[in-house]
Design a binder for this molecule. Structure first.
Ligand code: SAH
Length: 216
């Protein structure tokens, strides 16, 4: 398969769907998504949908990754936190755009999965951490932007508290199976602004400020 051609087509499709952040488009034109999907799904690497991962999880749909990262208005000097590393694909896209990426995953099997791939591809600005991401990663806070790749009932307070000045956060918020993307930002005068974006379906955010493991 000509993955380079498929990747170019994916980016052209993202443009057609209205994604216009050139840093995001360029990063997605560069990151080999085929390196992050499981071998048995290789032929669907550039299909615009979510794909299965170990531990019953999924790699997010390219369009949703592009939409979430565009909403963060990323700048090269940013320190960014991702919750829900999964395959490591979105972390890799972030790694091309910003200075430093911290990504937290609760499933050890996926921490290994992502770390192996990110190392093989030579990323040096992405740290993968094992833990409950609903508590954020205070050691490297504050963050200029936070992206949560799993759906929760509310935006965890811990995450909001780890946003720096003018920091932006994007996260699916709603019920266990259906959510809407929420954008939140820290206002210079104090407090937070909030805006609801599009309906999405993400796997659940499970942790002390998310769903209980038993909620399913
Ligand atoms: N960004 C990923 C897709 C993530 S899927 C990619 O590009 O492939 C959502 C991930 O969130 C799953 O791997 C799931 O295990 C993880 N997750 C769920 N709750 C979590 C929590 N509290 N902390 C960290 N990771 C969590």
């Amino acid at each position: 398969m000509d993955f380079d051609q498929l990747r170019a087509e994916m980016v052209a499709d993202l443009r057609e769907r209205g994604i216009d952040d050139t840093a995001v488009l360029q990063a997605m034109r560069t990151v080999p998504r085929e390196a992050f999907v499981q071998d048995e799904h290789l032929e669907y690497a550039y299909y615009n949908g979510a794909l299965p991962l170990p531990a019953n999880q999924t790699i997010s749909q390219p369009y949703v990754v592009a939409l979430m990262l565009s909403a963060l208005k990323l700048q090269p000097q940013f320190n960014v936190l991702e919750i829900g590393t999964g395959s490591g694909y979105a972390a890799a896209v972030l790694g091309h755009i910003v200075r430093q990426v911290h990504t937290v995953e609760r499933q050890e099997a996926l921490v290994d999965y992502a770390q192996t791939r990110l190392q093989q591809l030579g990323y040096t600005n992405i740290c993968v951490h094992l833990g409950d991401g609903t508590l954020g990663w205070p050691e490297a806070a504050p963050y200029d932007a936070i992206v949560v790749a799993a759906g929760g009932p509310t935006v965890p307070i811990s995450l909001r508290n780890q946003l720096g000045e003018n920091g932006r956060l994007v996260m699916p918020v709603g019920s266990y199976k259906k959510q809407k993307l929420q954008l939140a930002w820290r206002k210079p005068e104090g407090g937070y602004g909030q805006k609801t974006l599009t309906p999405v379906r993400f796997v659940p955010l499970i942790g002390s400020e998310g769903w209980d493991d038993a909620d399913q």
